[in-house]
Design a protein around this ligand. Sequence first.
Ligand SMILES: [Zn+2]
Length: 402
Amino acid sequence: MGELNATERGTIERAVAEPMLDQVLSWSAVNSGSRNLPGLERMAAILADSFSTLPGELELIDGAPVETVDSGGHTSALEHGQNLRLTVRPDAAVQLLFTGHMDTVFALDHAFQQTRWLEGAVLNGPGVADMKGGLAVMLAALKAIEPSEGARDIGYEVVINSDEEVGSLGSAPLLAEAARGKRAALTYEPSALPDGTLAGARPGSGNYSFVVHGRSAHAGRNPEDGRNALLAAADLAIRLDSLKRDGLTVNPARIEGGSPSNVVPEMAVLRVNLRPRTPEIQAEAKRQLAEAVAAVASSRDVSIDIHGGFGRPPKPMTPEIERLFGLVKQAGEDLGQQIAWKPTGGVCDGNNIAACGVPVVDTMGVRGGKIHSMEEFLITESLGERAALSALTILRIAGGRL
Ligand SMILES: [Zn+2]
């Protein structure tokens, strides 16, 4: 180990000794797919119990209302689970934010429900890396901080949401509120690579549903009276595709709707994903998208409703974020861990936190890989490593090194 003082050494020892592996095994036995509301309720209760060993006020909060558009173009409310929020010493000088998610991508009827050991202390299981392992790491670091000298000066909020894997639409307002006034944030997604490399810059991501209404007519008798919604959706898809450029990907993914072949189709729904690299590109894409919709609506005499938006704003590397990464890297070096970072195409709650102007490292969780697949794995020795890394990082942010 490198340069560690007595307080740091004591805190790290406590963090490493926490029962993280037991927690991962029991937490990953509970299915908490983003749409499994009873499972999420159970998971939230278990986490509330575990996190109530920390001081402060713990609440389970309903998500904000979210609407979804079905293939018939109708909107309806989309239910999400509750989100956990813990507030500790809100009057302390240094305020930090810690976030994670309790949901996984594996639904209740998915084949992947159980953990099993692979060679070399590697655990295969649903959510072991993404991110029940990360939640255990977060809790271990926070528990270890409590008896430390200086803990009184550290206040923080923990937010564990239940809809991260489906875009955090219901929890985004809570995350933004919790981020306000925080000096820094740590999010416990697994490392970008199994060697512990962190994710640096991330693009933004927007999901849109365009509901096109035209006018039906008989395909043979009076087609000129019809306004073909399917063609309008296809026209819009092609126009949006042409917005692609360096720093912006556009993926028209699906068109639903249409009609029997002897009817001019009255309705179609177009689904598109866009990923801008910077906030400026996002703002421009949003403007161009509205222009394309207006152009198609007027040239084809149809109405088009726009649903959705950029739920994940871009997270470019800023000097403030670089400073936080530098601090984590130094903490790693003093623990004998090599910490690097690289840009990634994926998005997470770190995007939303960075958009609030709060520097964030969003891959403080475990080392592992193959997430979102049945081969998902956790390198269990990383539980201790990452808990030590987090604890040291928190102590040093609080000590004024940021
Ligand atoms: Zn995740």
